[in-house]
Design a protein around this ligand. Structure first.
Ligand SMILES: NC(=O)c1ccc[n+]([C@@H]2O[C@H](COP(=O)([O-])OP(=O)(O)OC[C@H]3O[C@@H](n4cnc5c(N)ncnc54)[C@H](OP(=O)(O)O)[C@@H]3O)[C@@H](O)[C@H]2O)c1
Length: 268
């Protein structure tokens, strides 16, 4: 699509940002849909997100902001309104800018992940789930899995207190879901999700114990690059069903377009 003076912007903020896959994918999808919006990667440091939010309010042709590492929790403090999903997770990854400049943050990671699972023929209902990680993405996914009827959600994380706190929040919001923190989980799970950033670098170790990868288990990774992480490659060789982070990103696009109010803006 040609960028003209009419083209509006969607800023993707992160620190770093060069690795982000969203600009390429979303720009292709916006062009396919005939939506005259361009995604621009913006490198913003944590100290500057307040300044960025102030600038965003006066950025008249900005339709919204995508938020990636490490700003999903920090941007909660910077927006004017939050949806229930963002408030529950304590993190936002999509922010809408209204005509008057007001910023509303929501959370698409969780729904995107669960929709992508469904597209892959996997239901969370009644599942025994292990979520590795307790950061913004892990929180969003764990809440959405509990909301989707997972029987149990075990949270494993390097920083144990974050895992405890997440498990407690899930128990309080979804009492029917057995949520617990366990730094060294063992046994059989129906679904295992790596929701940490471990696996982005070639030198990274596996994010979790390979003995957990038993045949038939669905193993998902939120990491998008590489598309098949070392975890997914190991899971595949052990007979698991694998689910790449790219699927989660794809599933978030339509939901984001609707939240930003762009779904009725096709060019004729
Ligand atoms: N596929 C998609 O659509 C999609 C969407 C969103 C995010 N993502 C990906 O999700 C990943 C996590 O993002 P996030 O926003 O949740 O980040 P975050 O809030 O910074 O959380 C990072 C998580 O990774 C853990 N971690 C980081 N380095 C570690 C290490 N060396 N050893 C063990 N654990 C480590 C952290 O543990 P501590 O709590 O101990 O620090 C925390 O649980 C990123 O790779 C991101 O690209 C994918």
């Amino acid at each position: 699509m040609k960028i003209t003076g009419h083209t509006r912007t969607y800023a993707l903020i992160g620190d770093p940002i060069a690795h982000a896959k969203t600009p390429e994918l979303y720009n292709r999808k916006f062009a396919e849909r005939g939506i005259d919006v361009v995604v621009v990667p913006v490198h913003v440091s944590p100290e500057s997100i307040g300044d960025f939010a102030t600038a965003a309010r006066s950025w008249e042709n900005l339709v919204g902001i995508g938020v990636t590492i490490p700003h999903k929790e920090g941007m909660i403090e910077q927006v004017d309104r939050l949806t229930d999903a963002a408030r529950l997770c304590g993190a936002t990854n999509v922010i809408r800018r209204a005509g008057d400049g007001a910023l509303t943050g929501t959370q698409m990671d969780g729904p995107g992940f669960v929709w992508s699972l469904r597209d892959n023929g996997v239901s969370a209902e009644g599942a025994k789930v292990l979520v590795q990680g307790a950061g913004g993405t892990a929180r969003a996914i764990a809440f959405e899995l509990a909301a989707s009827g997972a029987a149990s959600v075990t949270i494993a994380n390097r920083t144990a207190e974050r895992a405890e706190s997440l498990a407690e929040s899930i128990r309080s919001a979804y009492p029917d879901c057995m949520a617990e923190a366990d730094r060294m989980p063992a046994g059989q799970f129906d679904l295992i999700v790596n929701a940490t950033s471990v696996g982005m670098k070639e030198s990274d170790p596996l994010p979790l114990d390979a003995d957990l990868l038993t045949a038939g288990t669905v193993v998902a990774d939120v990491i998008m690059s590489p598309p098949e992480t070392a975890l997914l490659a190991e899971a595949r060789t052990r007979g698991c069903v694998t689910h790449s982070g790219l699927r989660m990103l794809e599933a978030q696009f339509e939901a984001t377009v609707a939240f930003l109010g762009l779904d009725k803006e096709e060019i004729v």
